[in-house]
Ligand binder design. Structure first.
Ligand code: UDX
Length: 476
């Protein structure tokens, strides 16, 4: 377990080893609470969901996140982390209160739904009788922190002794513990030197390890998170837009991405073409950002995010089109094995999962869809009860007319195309994630197809600049 080292506090009333409260025990909150406890702080995690709290208190994680459950048990055994639904207890405990509740997309709108943030802050503020710091970690529209500051000052018995800061979280599912304990950077949005120093005292050892800290105002801190996620989404949609161009020309987007990635100014990360982005953050964050910018009168500045969203959605339809093509133009009664349900590997999260969206569309087009995912089956079954589910990769592909790889789990990458060939009805595969070795599949007799890649090896497309047109030649 990490131990916090002493910091030379920049402000006399800063508590150097603050007691910490984490409000909300979803993905972000559970991870943050466990990691703060691992860093040596005395942590209480609060949630309104008694069943979830009981589950966590017993050392069971309701989500799949590699490494987190072991760490949860470690800090529970060490007495560093407790769970409660008692707001008074949590409010009395914390010198610093982290707000980690969800901000999903509002129903019928692109805006973020701030109901949970508002409820959590209000309930907490009502019980705050002394100087302390509330730190927002949830992803929120710009201006939320300023609004909440006024709300807290009006609601808390301690009034303006309670300060508010914003400290966005950048953790990725599947790497949540590592991203929290060894972040790329810390962003502190604060309104006073005290708040900045008190927040720094929550990350003593991380700062001592040399992690860059960007200290800024509240609005900038809020903006950092949506700007970062918008950039990542734009990068993915950029390469997927190039895939669309490749599809029209016979060029190969995999080679294109590879060639671009060697330019250090561009870099290869988040330049992986395929079925596009999903999950609980990127899709709803770009929509909420565009919506908020509109209300601020700067909608034009981020209008491109609508295109980013549009490109991303088109990838799903295009994947369905590819499957249909391989099925001979009609999906009715065709058995399709959908490999993957989670929005990305090493996660059981199916929020806005491209894989399940594709499975749903195939099902609606009349295909007999069988889904298999190593971790997301329970969640998928609950949300998509009309689809059929298999107990293994082998079971899913047995008798399939088309196989579609929709989430790039290692299990699917490692599958042997010769073995799979003995199970399927027809050797047709759509690699929705550019995860497989195309040549191996083709050598094993498969019709291998991927978005943005030519259907046959050896086909080279070149631009005929003189005639300003396109020609395709067979390299063989
Ligand atoms: C994201 C941000 O990365 C993280 O910093 C933020 O805190 C929360 O949102 P996460 O939702 O866990 O994290 O997923 P991420 O790893 O970013 O992947 C998002 C989606 O993009 C996935 O569906 C993934 O499959 C897709 N993706 C990613 C691509 O399609 N191509 C890529 O090159 C990279």
């Amino acid at each position: 377990m990490y131990q916090p080292t002493s910091i030379a506090s920049a402000h006399p009333s800063v508590i150097e080893n603050p007691k910490i409260t984490v409000v909300g025990t979803g993905y972000l909150g559970a991870t943050h609470a466990v990691c703060m406890a691992l860093l040596g702080y005395d942590v209480i995690a609060l949630d309104v969901d008694q069943a979830k709290i009981d589950h966590l208190a017993a050392g069971n994680l309701p989500i799949f996140e590699p490494g987190l459950e072991d760490k949860l048990r470690e800090v529970l055994a060490a007495g560093k982390l407790r769970f409660t639904t008692d707001v008074k207890l949590a409010a009395g405990h914390g010198d610093v209160h982290f707000i980690c509740v969800g901000t999903p997309q509002a129903k019928g709108s692109d805006a973020a739904d701030l109901t949970y943030v508002d409820a959590a802050v209000t309930a907490l503020a009502r019980e705050l009788h002394r100087k302390c710091l509330i730190v927002g970690k949830s992803t929120v529209p710009i201006g939320t922190a300023a609004r909440l500051t006024a709300l807290v000052h009006a609601t808390a018995p301690a009034g303006s002794l309670v300060e508010l800061a914003w400290n966005p979280e950048f953790l990725r599912e599947g790497f949540a513990v590592m991203d929290t304990l060894e972040p790329d950077r810390l962003v502190f949005g604060t309104a006073s030197a005290w708040a900045r120093a008190q927040l720094a005292a929550c990350y003593t050892s991380i700062i001592a390890a040399g992690t860059p800290v960007v200290s800024t105002d509240l609005a900038t801190a809020e903006l950092v998170k949506v700007a970062a996620n918008s950039f990542l989404a734009t990068k993915i949609s950029y390469i997927n837009a190039m895939a669309e161009v490749c599809e029209a020309t016979g060029a190969d987007v995999s080679h294109l991405a590879d060639a671009l990635s060697y330019d250090n100014r561009i870099g290869g990360r988040f330049l992986k073409p395929g079925l596009g982005f999903g999950g609980g953050c990127l899709p709803k964050d770009i929509r909420a950002f565009a919506h908020r910018a509109q209300t601020l009168g700067v909608g034009q500045a981020v209008a491109f995010l609508r295109q980013v969203d549009g490109i991303n959605r088109r990838r799903r339809q295009r994947t369905v089109d590819l499957v249909t093509e391989l099925a001979g133009g009609d999906l009715l009664g065709v058995k399709v094995a959908c490999l993957g349900a989670a929005f990305k590997p090493n996660s059981d999260d199916i929020r806005d999962a491209p894989a399940l969206d594709v499975a749903r569309m195939l099902h609606e087009a009349g295909a007999l869809v069988t889904v298999y995912d190593p971790e997301a089956m329970t969640n998928a079954r609950r949300s998509y009860p009309d689809l059929s589910y298999a107990g293994s990769l082998e079971e899913a592909v047995t008798g399939a007319g088309v196989v579609a790889v929709l989430t790039e789990w290692d299990l699917f990458r490692a599958a042997d195309p010769y073995h799979l060939a003995t199970l399927v009805d027809s050797r047709c595969i759509v690699d929705g994630r550019h995860a497989l070795d195309a040549e191996r599949y083709r050598a094993a007799g498969w019709d291998y197809r991927a978005l943005g890649r030519p259907s046959h090896t050896g086909t080279v497309t070149f631009l005929d600049f003189e005639n300003n047109g396109l020609q395709a030649q067979n390299a063989g």
